[in-house]
Every structure is written in C-alpha cells, then in structure tokens.
Ligand binder design. Structure first.
Ligand code: HAM
Length: 422
C-alpha cells in the first residue's frame, strides 16, 4: 500500500466520473442561468465569525468546523456551507436587489465519514437576497425540481415545512423544551444532551427509543402567527400551480439555525436513510442583519453533488459519458506524422490521441483499440510517400480492414467529419 492516501472522508474523482461531475454542474448552470441567476465564486475559507452565525447550537459549528489560526493570527475556517459566505459577500458589496446568485464548489465538515457522508463534499446551489414574496420560495424549489428532472431522476421526493416567524419558532422551541424535559427519563442519553443545546434537533433523532416521544411532541403548525400561516399556504399553492409534488413534514428541522418560515429537503428515494438528503434549503430572513448588513430577506438551497450522483447511480440515471476520442493516429514512420496529424485534427474540433515511443504497428493498433476511438488513422511508408492516410473503422483489436479507405491528406478533415457524423 502506498504511504500516502486520501485522508478519511475525501476522495479522488477520476475520469469518467469527473466528466459526469462537470456535466452535472453544467446542467445546473443551464437551469438556474435561464432563471436569471449569476455565478458567485466565493473563497473557500473565511473569518470564523462568518460561520459562527450558522448557530452556536449546531453540530456544524460546534463539532465539525475545520478552523485554525493562520500565520497572521486570524481565526479562519474552511467553509462548511456556502450560504453564510454568500450573505457576507452581499453585505460587503451591497449589490442591486434582488440579488440572485448560484454557486458550485467544495465544503468541509469534520463528520464521521461513510458512503455519502464526506469531510469534503460539493454542493451546487442558489441564493436570492432582497425578495419577501412566498412565490419566490415556490419558484426556487421548482428550480431544484427541474434540475432533478433534467438529470433524469424520478425518485426524488420533496418535503416542506415552515418554522414560522422568529417569535413563533421561539415559542415552539420553548414548548418542545418543556415537553421533552417533562419526559426526559424516556429520552435516549444522546437526545437528553441535544435537548440542552437545541430542543428542535431532538425531533431529528433516529433512535428507536425516542420515536414514541417525538410522535407525541407539540407540532409547529399550532404555533404559526397568521402571517406565517399565510406565507406557508401561498408557498404551497405556488408549488401546486407549478405541479411540483410535495409532502408537508412538520417535524422537518434543518441542521442550521438561520432558517425562518419555509424550509425544505429533497430526499433521494433510492438511497439509504442515513444519507438520503440529497439537498435542502429555506428562508433565512435574519442572516444579512446578523452579519452586519441591512435587514434583507433571503432564501436558497444547496444540493449535494456527491449524493445526487449516488442517487443517479441507484436510479440508473445520468450515466457517466464515454471518454473515448474520435480518432487514434497510428504512425509507423517515426512519430512526426502523428505529432502533426493529431494537432491538425484537434484544431478542427476532432478529438484525437496517439501512441508514443515509436512502437510497432501491432502495439499501436492495440492502443487504438483500448482508446475506444471510432477510427484509426494509419500512416505507413506508402501513405507518407503518396500524401495519403488510411482510415480504418475500429471493430476489435485490429479494426475492420475491409472497410478501410485511403484518403488524400488534403481531403482528410472533410472526410472524417462526414464519417463521424454518420
Ligand atoms: P445542508 O442541508 O447542510 O444545507 O446541506 C445541503 C446538502 O449538502 C445536503 O442535503 C447533502 O446532500 C449535502 N451534504 C451536506 N453534508 C454533506 C456531507 N458531509 N457529505 C456529503 N454531502 C453532504 C446547507 O448547506 C445550506 N447552506 C443550504 C441552504 C442554502 N439553505 C439556504 N440556502
């Protein structure tokens, strides 16, 4: 085993998976750019304080942050998510409202690594600042839905909830605290600890012991102010109008503290429940103010790239593309012809590869076969003398000799273009 390997929770993404990865981001960019979003590329690390606003009672902040002091004595953290950095950028640049941005890139959380749960993972996502309209919530959710549809996914489910106005949420948290405290003896040890930090998160416990108590817990729905109830109803009506199917889940509490009103998650129907949240988001109307900006409403989502691709694997959707080049140049005259022919083909938009080190015909044909190219372009002594090349369709290790043709060098590009388009 080599001395150095990827550290736990990190992976190398190799071709063709990396190609598939890049295409997924392109599909996302197409969907959101057609809705007027522009890309933001924020830094991967920020002042620790930016991320402390995610909530001092959340695991992401207390247990999972990669934070350190840099050589200038600053407290820095690798970003565990993108929303806080985007809102910091908003406060810093004060762009014209509404501000609609999308992003793609890695995030870092010190989690217990397992399939679908990594310490470095990628997200694609959007954020909108400056719009207080529940129709936007529906529109934003529908963009993620459209993205899943374009990937060919059909088993993703949407669950939605509203956490109400801040006062509703606070009253609800107190009711939960009182309820769980009253029945603390029946709670698991872990949930007892969670209760001290954040009663909402007890609802997230997957432990069997906690299930009966959670089932009887107060529900947020009973704590909505008239405004919050109206807002939620309008979001749901919007989703219905857009034909986006949803499931209301009053127990949906997200792992970040900044949410108000609308929250949602996308569940990958083909994944195990420990890592089946393929995406999530919600409203965070107080965050800009928390980061020192003017009170500004905000909403967005982030979709996990790694998990979305696992869901694609499980559903047999959005398969990895074939990586092969179109043409493999086989030059048995020394290699100079291969050097210029590959350059010429590539300059005309035809992908091409070759073998090196002056290998013989047999070895080069084997390489051509392995490359998956549709055609081998053969240059031997005769071809070189006559100013021609031999174009051989590849079928197995030696290609189809009977179907090969001799083409003048001057006719090569148009001939190849015709052959490749048929
Ligand atoms: P989140 O729910 O923490 O929300 O993360 C969003 C998605 O990122 C998850 O649904 C999951 O697919 C993926 N993800 C999270 N942690 C991991 C991990 N350790 N390994 C693999 N995938 C992971 C946010 O990050 C919010 N910033 C979303 C948001 C945007 N809310 C408003 N705007």
């Amino acid at each position: 085993m080599p001395e150095y390997q990827t550290s736990p929770g990190t992976r190398d993404i190799l071709a063709p998976d990396s190609t598939r990865w890049r295409r997924l981001v392109s599909v996302f960019a197409e969907v959101v750019e057609s809705a007027g979003f522009g890309q933001i590329i924020p830094p991967m690390f920020e002042d620790l304080g930016v991320f402390l606003r995610l909530g001092e009672a959340t695991d992401i902040v207390t247990k999972e942050m990669y934070d350190f002091e840099d050589k200038g004595g600053r407290r820095i953290a690798l970003r565990p998510e993108m929303t806080a950095g985007v809102v910091r950028a908003f406060v810093q640049h004060r762009p014209v409202l509404p501000w609609k941005v999308w992003y793609a890139g890695p995030n870092f959380r010190y989690e217990k690594a397992q399939q679908g749960r990594y310490r470095q993972f990628d997200q694609v996502g959007v954020e909108v600042l400056g719009v207080d309209d529940p129709h936007l919530d529906a529109e934003v959710i529908a963009l993620a839905w459209e993205f899943y549809a374009r990937l060919g996914l059909s088993q993703v489910r949407l669950i939605v909830n509203s956490l109400g106005e801040p006062a509703d949420r606070a009253a609800y948290v107190e009711a939960l605290r009182a309820y769980f405290s009253q029945h603390a003896d029946a709670l698991s040890v872990e949930s007892k600890q969670t209760l001290q930090r954040n009663p909402l998160r007890v609802l997230d416990s997957k432990r069997e012991q906690d299930a009966p108590l959670i089932a009887g817990a107060p529900v947020i729905t009973d704590f909505y102010s008239a405004g919050a109830a109206d807002h939620f109803a309008t979001v749901l009506a919007g989703l219905e109008r857009l034909a986006v199917p949803f499931e209301i889940r009053p127990g949906l509490v997200r792992g970040l503290d900044y949410y108000r009103k609308t929250t949602f998650e996308f569940i990958g129907g083909a994944l195990e429940s420990s890592q089946n949240a393929v995406g999530g988001g919600g409203r965070y109307d107080g965050l800009a103010e928390d980061l020192g900006g003017p009170a500004t409403p905000g909403i967005g989502f982030a979709l996990g790239v790694d998990r979305t691709l696992l869901e694609c694997d499980a559903e047999g959707a959005f398969r990895a593309p074939s990586e092969s080049v179109a043409v493999f140049v086989v030059d048995v005259t020394g290699g100079l012809e291969a050097l210029s022919l590959t350059a010429e083909l590539r300059a005309h938009g035809i992908s091409a590869d070759r073998a090196y080190e002056g290998r013989g015909m047999k070895s080069q044909m084997k390489a051509a076969d392995r490359s998956g190219a549709r055609f081998a372009l053969i240059v031997g002594g005769d071809e070189l003398a006559n100013g021609t090349v031999t174009l051989r369709p590849m079928l197995g290790a030696v290609g189809d000799e009977r179907a090969q043709t001799t083409v003048p060098r001057t006719e090569l590009i148009p001939t190849l273009k015709r052959a490749l388009s048929s």
